[in-house]
Design a protein. Structure first.
Length: 259
C-alpha cells in the first residue's frame, strides 16, 4: 500500500525519541545527566544474548525481545517508581498496539508478538531479557557509584531481586562489588575505564553512549525493509555497533546537540 513506507518511517522517527528520553529515576539520586532509554536498551539486548547463550536459549530471540522492552516509553516517558503511587501502571501491550496500528501487517505483528512474549515471561528467552534489564541497571548503578554518586545501594539491591536465571544471579553477585577488578580483565576505552568524578562529562563516560546511536530505528528498518531473518539481523546489528564504537572518537554528551 502507498502509505506503508510512510508509516514505517514515522515509527522509525518515533523510536528515535528513545535516544533523548532519559532514565529519569537516576535524577533522584543525584545523576545530573543519566543515560537514555536507547542506551539502556542496547546494553540490555547485549546482556540478554549472553544470558541466553549460557542458559541454552536463543541469543538472537532474547536480544530481539530486549530491544523492544522499553519502546513504549516514546509515549509515556520513563516513569520513576516515585510516581507509581499517583499514576496507573502503563499497559505495554496496549501502548504497542497503538504505536504499531498503522504499520504493515508483517511489521505490526512482529513488534506486538515480541512485546507480548516479553511481558508474559513464559519463554526462557523472555526471562533472559528481563534479567538483562535488571542486570543493566545494576551495572549502571555501580558505574555511577564510581563517578561519585553515593545513593545507589537501593538500585543494586532492587536489581538483584527476582532474577530468574542462575547465570544472572551469579553475575549479579560479582558485578555489584567487583567492577574495578572486573574492568581490568577486558580492554575498555579510556573514557570508560577512567571516568572523571563529578559533572555531566563523568556521566557521559559510558561505552553505551558511543555505540547506541539510533539502534532501535535502524533495527526497525532492517526488519521492515530488508526481508532478513529478523532476530539474527537485529542481533548482528547490535554487535556491529560494538565494533564501530572502538574506532569512533568519543564525543562527550555535553558537547552534542540535545535535539
Amino acid at each position: 500500500m502507498p502509505d506503508e513506507p510512510a508509516a514505517l518511517a514515522a515509527f522509525g522517527y518515533e523510536l528515535g525519541l528513545l535516544k533523548r528520553i532519559r532514565r529519569a529515576g537516576w535524577w533522584h539520586v543525584g545523576v545530573r545527566d543519566p543515560e537514555s532509554v536507547a542506551e539502556h536498551s542496547l546494553r540490555t539486548a547485549q546482556i540478554a544474548a549472553l544470558l541466553a547463550a549460557e542458559e541454552g536459549a536463543s541469543p538472537e530471540r532474547a536480544a530481539f525481545l530486549a530491544l523492544w522492552h522499553d519502546t513504549q516509553e516514546t509515549r509515556t516517558g520513563d516513569i520513576p517508581h516515585t510516581a507509581a503511587k499517583y499514576l496507573g501502571k502503563p499497559n505495554p501491550r496496549e501502548i504497542t498496539a497503538d504505536q504499531t496500528a498503522a504499520l504493515p501487517t508483517g511489521s505490526r505483528e512482529l513488534v506486538r508478538a515480541a512485546v507480548d512474549e516479553y511481558e508474559a515471561r513464559e519463554t526462557l528467552e523472555a526471562r533472559c531479557a528481563k534479567d538483562a534489564d535488571k542486570l543493566e541497571m545494576l551495572l549502571q548503578a555501580v558505574e555511577y557509584r564510581e563517578t561519585g554518586v553515593e545513593r545507589v545501594a537501593g538500585w543494586i539491591d532492587s536489581a538483584r531481586k527476582g532474577l530468574a536465571t542462575e547465570t544472572a544471579r551469579r553475575i549479579a553477585e560479582v558485578a555489584g562489588t567487583r567492577r574495578r577488578s572486573l574492568a581490568g580483565t577486558v580492554e575498555l576505552p579510556p573514557s570508560v575505564s577512567k571516568p572523571r568524578a563529578g559533572g555531566p562529562a563523568a556521566a557521559s563516560c559510558r561505552r553505551a553512549a558511543q555505540c547506541s546511536n539510533a539502534v532501535q530505528p535502524t533495527t526497525a528498518r532492517h526488519v521492515a525493509f530488508a526481508g532478513l531473518e529478523v532476530e539474527r539481523a537485529a542481533a548482528a546489528f547490535v554487535w556491529e555497533r560494538i565494533g564501530a564504537s572502538r574506532s569512533r572518537p568519543f564525543v562527550p554528551r555535553s558537547s552534542r546537540s540535545r535535539w
